[in-house]
Ligand binder design. Structure first.
Ligand code: NAD
Length: 260
């Protein structure tokens, strides 16, 4: 097991990529604090992971756009386990839309959801990692960092700041043995991707399989990724096997992004 007796926080973990990451970390022996807005789904996931892998999993209801909720996530980890070794920051998807379709409130909320939540949780967790001289900060971002998607204005603009955060933290805290990396995933098979495909199918009077098939054709490996495949990369980066990797932004997209 790569992460035996480690303590990890995974945010936005009630479904999709976050839940997939939490499952792989639990399989690798890490105890977990999992956070999201819907406590019911989190409790169910926690119970399943505990039964399946024999680790401790504590669910926390938290909205990442609310500062006090983020404090609650880190406090829960410290109260239950006395330390945090690994932070996997993931967040909810931002509102799609072209520039003039977005209101000023959308921008405000988007910045809190995609950027300030990362800043806040990093501020809360970092002192504990510095104290122990060991830490892994892993930020789930998007392949839009490398290649913007025309209709995802908020994602294209705000997530770029996370790249700056990752590079800066890696530089400033490397001497405390805190490694900081980002993951830029392409299409991953989650409920959200299916919901978006379903909405488009309804709008265009087509079948959802047709829409998903078109996405798959854009991907050299011929398929959409699985949440657990993001989890495998996170587990590797969080483990001692990745001791010399920091300040990296790693693309995982089945080869879809063509720019270097
Ligand atoms: P999803 O909708 O399936 O899951 C999102 C998770 O975020 C859920 O657990 C939800 O409860 C949680 N969440 C949403 N808003 C929250 C908030 N304010 N506070 C706390 N938790 C919140 O989404 P997903 O497909 O797993 O995507 C996860 C992230 O990765 C998103 O930011 C998405 O934009 C990004 N992304 C996804 C893909 C993909 O193909 N799935 C590709 C690139 C980037």
């Amino acid at each position: 097991m790569l992460l035996k007796n480690r303590v990890s926080i995974v945010t936005a973990a009630s479904r999709g990529i976050g839940a997939g990451v939490a499952s792989v970390l639990a399989r690798e022996g890490s105890n977990l604090v999992i956070a999201a807005r819907s406590i019911g789904r989190l409790e169910e996931l926690a119970k399943n992971l505990e039964n399946q892998y024999g680790v401790s999993v504590v669910p926390v209801q938290a909205d990442l756009t609310i500062r006090e909720d983020i404090k609650k996530i880190v406090n829960t980890a410290i109260q239950n386990f006395g330390k945090v070794d690994i932070l996997v920051y993931n967040t909810g998807p931002p509102k799609p839309g072209a520039f003039l379709e977005l209101t000023e409130e959308d921008w405000d909320y988007g910045v809190r959801l995609l950027l300030m939540s990362a800043v806040w949780i990093t501020r809360d967790v970092l002192p504990y990692m510095i104290e122990r001289g060991w830490g892994r900060l892993i930020y789930i971002t998007s392949s839009t960092l490398k290649q913007p998607i025309p209709t995802l204005t908020l994602s294209n603009v705000i997530r770029i700041s996370l790249a700056g955060l990752i590079k800066t933290l890696a530089y400033q805290y490397g001497r405390y043995n805190i490694l900081v990396n980002g993951i830029m995933q392409g299409y991953i098979d989650t409920e959200r991707v299916r919901e978006v495909a379903m909405a488009r199918a309804q709008r265009e009077g087509r079948r959802v399989e047709e829409i998903l098939g078109e996405l798959e054709k854009e991907i050299p490996l011929g398929r959409i990724g699985k949440p657990e495949e993001i989890g495998e990369l996170v587990a590797f980066l969080a483990s001692e096997k990745a001791n010399y990797i920091t300040g990296s932004l790693i693309l995982i997209d089945g080869g879809r992004t063509l720019c270097i």
